[in-house]
Design a protein around this ligand. Sequence first.
Ligand SMILES: Cc1cc2nc3c(=O)[nH]c(=O)nc-3n(C[C@H](O)[C@H](O)[C@H](O)COP(=O)(O)OP(=O)(O)OC[C@H]3O[C@@H](n4cnc5c(N)ncnc54)[C@H](O)[C@@H]3O)c2cc1C
Length: 283
Amino acid sequence: TPLVYSGSEAQKKKYLPGLCDGTLIGGNAMSEPNSGSDAFSLATTAVKKGSNYILNGSKIFVTNGPIADLLMVFATLDKARGPNGISAFLVEKDSPGMNVARKLDKMGLRTSPMAEVFFENCEVPEENLLGKEGTGASQFTWAMTWERGCILASAVGSMQRSLERCIRYAKERRQFGQPIGKFQLVASKIVDMKLRVESARHMLYHCAWLRGQGKSAYLEAAMTKLHISDCWVKCCEDAIQIHGGYGYMTEYELERELRDAIGSRLYSGTSEMQRNIIASLLL
Ligand SMILES: Cc1cc2nc3c(=O)[nH]c(=O)nc-3n(C[C@H](O)[C@H](O)[C@H](O)COP(=O)(O)OP(=O)(O)OC[C@H]3O[C@@H](n4cnc5c(N)ncnc54)[C@H](O)[C@@H]3O)c2cc1C
């Protein structure tokens, strides 16, 4: 997204077709060992030297890190300028001085590889600066707003599938001589799941509609991300509970779904940070 938003024509021509058709894998390297939610306090530095920028520092939790052909790396040219000192760089795999150091094992989302990446006097050609110097923070904020609005679209599908599965199970599974769905305590969970799926879908579509109209959706994107991630985790918990002991067995794959869902409260800004954004716009 930042490439579309602020890339040069040459950068778009070079990278966008491959990123769109999947022949190039991209990644976003913002988080660092000492800066997560407080992303703009990052410590990775960039120094202009001749026709290159020299990057030094380390990034963590880089999704796609182990397989990425291209990373968008955020670094500061002038720490004293705070967010206004941050710039974004397109760094190609195997750039001299870049080292994808450690593959990180996660609780869930295991098909999405993650790594820690180090930069030691990493040379980045000046034409790989994204946008102008000092615009990295605004590019990141813009991209995050876009991302938060749509990153959990697949979670809505996942919740829908869980709901359908639970309805089927509640009709088939019999205890005390009747389908468990006849017990109000079970039926009530299914009602909650339905409410979550529908409200999540409406918020997602509303946010997408706003963006489609070219309107700002800063508040709506934060609310959408917060609401869907919460709904997703709760739906997964209910699905396990409705399936009883079977739901706890790995072969039912409901626990895998829960492990994936929990991550959604963390990436693209934690739930607490979404609440901070919403509160700051309301109060
Ligand atoms: C699956 C996954 C994929 C990720 N992919 C990427 C990626 O591709 N690129 C990338 O750069 N990063 C990525 N991240 C990192 C992610 O963005 C950070 O984990 C997240 O921003 C939180 O930072 P942190 O882990 O350092 O936690 P911290 O910022 O240290 O937060 C710890 C706790 O304190 C709370 N907290 C912090 N500040 C406040 C505050 N002001 N008010 C209230 N509570 C607060 C947090 O909400 C959290 O509960 C990924 C993370 C995960 C889990």
